[in-house]
Design a protein around this ligand. Structure first.
Ligand code: LLP
Length: 433
């Protein structure tokens, strides 16, 4: 599931760069982001929506998948807006030069400081609940602001088949208003003058392998637009969220970006026509399917342990601190050995991380050639929710990330140093000798 290819029969190449050389130059573990793959998925989303949707459309990148300056800049340069969910992601997008009108600020518990920051910046605020709505009205009144662009997030009551932790569309989700509140919400929006409700938003979950839940969502959301019109409110944006799955392993079979986008466009168009509604501006906000396959993580193989008749553990120099997805969601990955690409696959091993937990396993059943300590193991498809969920567990520094394109490699995130790890430590006077 990646653009990486084999060179000289034995070696893995990404963006025209030899992975082994990259690891020598930038160290291990290493996140390697392929710019061409990232730009391709941005432009595929953008062009597909423009092709299949007769109204205006805007694709946003859900930066929670991987927020850093380089990634935000690339997404913006491909014409995408950015979905942010914290002051940190907002600060990153703004610093990357993204236009505030193309930034949408999500979150079920934005702090006062975050809301004030959003007001100062002038981005769109996706209001999640009554408490936030009232807080925002008060803040805006205090500051004599008006016409603040908001969207309302709703929990549409649509189930999808994915891991329980990443399902968000159900009615008892912690995110979004109950659709039964819509009439009351619309009445309040019309009465007050400080907020300008530009659209409605919903996100039903992540790593979804079917188009039907999003078809259902598009249908339900168009009914909400109709309801707004019946209440005398014209709302002209619909944001259907993200959620398209990717192929982590051979058995994963997600729809393509084109199939997914087309399905949504068709339903919105058909439903609007049936209700005689003007076509809203259509937004979506993919994260994983934009960036996951554009990155791999290279690790160095170290020690091993053979448990006779049961399994062989191969340990790598990273693990749950740079990729917490396996221990959190039992996620599956595929791997190759960058310096043995043409060697026959003969072994099934368990790839273990270096952290002090038995659950720190990166791949339970990895099919590999015979390897030696010092070989470079590459895990595919690590662009989404790896760096962004990385930690310093066991005081392990976060790896560096580089971007490769046209045989050139550049740092986009520096490797943390041991000094970085204690930088914020403080000692009260009485502990100093
Ligand atoms: N919009 C909203 C409001 C979201 O909450 C999310 C993801 C997205 C868009 C992007 O969804 P995507 O296209 O990436 O599926 N850490 C988990 C995934 C959590 C997703 C959270 N929300 C994982 O590693 O699988």
């Amino acid at each position: 599931p990646l653009t990486a290819k084999v060179i000289n029969q034995d070696f893995l190449e990404i963006g025209g760069c030899d992975v082994i050389t990259l690891v020598k130059q930038f160290g291990s573990p290493l996140y390697i982001l392929d710019e061409t793959t990232l730009r391709n998925s941005c432009s595929r989303y953008r062009d597909t929506f423009q092709h299949y949707y007769q109204g205006e459309s805007q694709v946003l990148y859900a930066s929670k998948a991987w927020s850093c300056l380089a990634v935000c800049m690339i997404a913006a340069s491909e014409g995408l807006g950015i979905d942010v969910v914290s002051a940190g992601e907002l600060h990153t997008a703004i610093t990357a030069g993204v236009k505030p009108t193309l930034i949408y600020f999500h979150g079920n518990n934005k702090s006062l400081t975050e809301l004030v920051f959003a007001l100062e910046v002038g981005c769109n605020i996706v209001v999640d609940n009554w408490h936030e709505l009232n807080t925002l009205i008060n803040l805006a009144k205090e500051r004599l602001l008006s016409g603040i662009p908001i969207m309302l997030r709703l929990a549409p009551g649509i189930e999808c088949h994915t891991h329980e932790y990443i399902r968000t569309g159900n009615l008892d989700s912690k995110f979004g208003f109950n659709p039964n509140d819509l009439d009351e919400l619309f009445r309040l929006i019309i009465q007050q003058k400080v907020l300008n409700c530009v659209g409605l938003h919903a996100h039903i979950g992540s790593q979804i392998f079917e188009c039907q839940p999003h078809r259902d969502l598009a249908g339900v959301m168009t009914q909400w637009l109709n309801k707004a019109r019946e209440n005398g409110l014209s709302i002209n944006q619909l944001n259907v969220g993200g959620g398209l799955g990717i192929k982590y392993t051979e058995s994963d079979d997600p729809p393509s970006i084109e199939e997914w986008s087309k399905a949504i466009c068709e339903v919105v168009q058909k439903a609007c026509k049936a209700s005689n509604l003007p076509l809203p501006k259509l937004l979506c906000e993919p994260g994983r399917s934009l960036i996951a396959t554009a990155c791999v993580t290279a690790y160095t193989i170290g020690s091993y342990k053979i448990v006779p008749g049961i399994r062989t553990y191969l340990a790598i120099d990273g693990g749950m601190s740079d990729n917490p997805r396996t221990i959190t969601y039992q996620s599956l990955y595929t791997s190759v050995v960058a310096n043995r690409m043409s060697a026959p696959v003969t072994e099934t091993v368990t790839i273990a991380g270096k952290h002090c937990e038995s659950g720190d396993i990166v791949i339970k059943h990895a099919h590999l050639p015979q390897v030696e300590p010092g070989d470079i193991l590459v895990i595919m498809g690590t662009g989404a929710y790896n760096y962004s969920m990385a930690s310093n567990y066991n005081r392990v520094p976060r790896p560096a990330a580089i971007i490769v394109a046209n045989s050139e490699a550049n740092l986009i995130l520096q490797r943390e140093t041991l000094q970085d790890l204690i930088q914020k430590d403080c000692l009260p006077e009485r502990l100093r000798s």
